[in-house]
Write a protein that binds this ligand. Structure first.
Ligand SMILES: NC(=O)c1ccc[n+]([C@@H]2O[C@H](COP(=O)([O-])OP(=O)(O)OC[C@H]3O[C@@H](n4cnc5c(N)ncnc54)[C@H](OP(=O)(O)O)[C@@H]3O)[C@@H](O)[C@H]2O)c1
Length: 265
């Protein structure tokens, strides 16, 4: 796919992976719609991007407010006339055990990571189907394949994402709308700082694994050719996570025994 003149709507564009995709796609010539809750942070990204601000629309939205999605989608469509790619990337993580975690935290993780992506996709999809062209991308995670301690709600939400978008893909073949599940391992962003703890407050720290991980910019460089090729599932991980995915395929029981003693933050 050539991104010149194409329109990409990115959620979670104010930081980390979404912001890195915004930079890359701007450089490739795309029109961008940048969404997340913090308008000032989005404007900052827009100002960093480059000279041609006519190619960038800032569209703040909260993924926990699905009632706003129809109007937001209308505004997004009006900005450049069409949406070629929807990148469902906005998300939030978790650091708390099942025994201590409030139900409200589980609901919030599902609202943002799962229902947010599903709701926005459902708004954009009819336009793509009508044009018989489009690409839906969702940032899942290795946690969408493998459950680990202190991430039960996060992992649950990403497993749900995997199930929904795998089903959607099969329905979309006939409409020429591609569906990509992007599954990163640890990436050095604010994801762990912003992660929810048992009572819904922020974790506030970056753990070792994220500290040592690849940057969002490095990750985007690695995956961009596969995104362009509209691959159905993309893994971008360190060695340990790649190994874990492999062990799970061979023996999920063995992986569970290994992971129960591993440091996972
Ligand atoms: N970093 C990793 O190790 C890693 C690994 C695998 C998958 N992922 C996934 O990658 C995606 C991006 O995360 P990141 O690593 O770039 O973390 P990040 O830097 O914390 O970015 C998260 C983004 O989501 C937005 N967001 C959070 N809550 C939102 C809400 N209620 N409504 C709208 N936007 C919201 C944030 O913007 P506002 O605060 O402005 O709303 C921010 O732009 C997530 O889906 C995450 O699960 C990350």
């Amino acid at each position: 796919m050539n991104y010149q003149g194409k329109t990409v709507w990115i959620t979670g564009a104010s930081s980390g992976i979404g912001k890195a995709f915004a930079h890359k796609l701007y450089d490739l010539g795309a029109n961008l719609i940048l969404s997340s809750r913090r308008e000032e942070a989005l404007i900052k990204v827009k100002n960093e991007l480059g000279a041609d601000s006519s190619r960038i629309k800032v569209l703040p939205l909260d993924l926990t407010e699905p009632e706003t999605f129809p109007a937001k989608t209308k505004e997004a469509l009006k900005a450049f006339g069409q949406i070629d790619v929807l990148m469902n990337n906005g998300g939030i993580s978790q650091r708390s055990t099942v025994l201590e975690t409030d139900m409200e935290v589980y609901r919030r993780l599902m609202e943002i990571n799962y229902f947010g992506a599903v709701g926005l996709t459902k708004q954009v999809l009819p336009h793509m189907v009508e044009r018989k062209s489009g690409h839906i991308i969702v940032t899942s995670s290795v946690a969408g394949k493998i459950g680990t301690r202190v991430r039960s709600g996060y992992s649950g939400s990403k497993h749900a994402v995997q199930g929904f978008f795998n089903s959607l893909r099969q329905e979309m073949y006939q409409h020429n709308v591609a569906v990509t599940l992007l599954c990163p391992g640890f990436v050095k962003t604010d994801i762990s700082k912003n992660a929810l703890t048992a009572d819904g407050s922020e974790f506030g720290k970056m753990g070792d694994a994220h500290q040592k991980a690849m940057t969002a910019e490095q990750m985007v460089e690695k995956v961009m050719p596969k995104i362009t090729a509209r691959k159905e599932e993309i893994y971008v991980t360190g060695f340990k996570e790649r190994l874990a995915i492999w062990v799970q395929r061979i023996s999920p029981t063995l992986l569970n025994r290994i992971l129960k003693n591993q440091k996972v933050t």
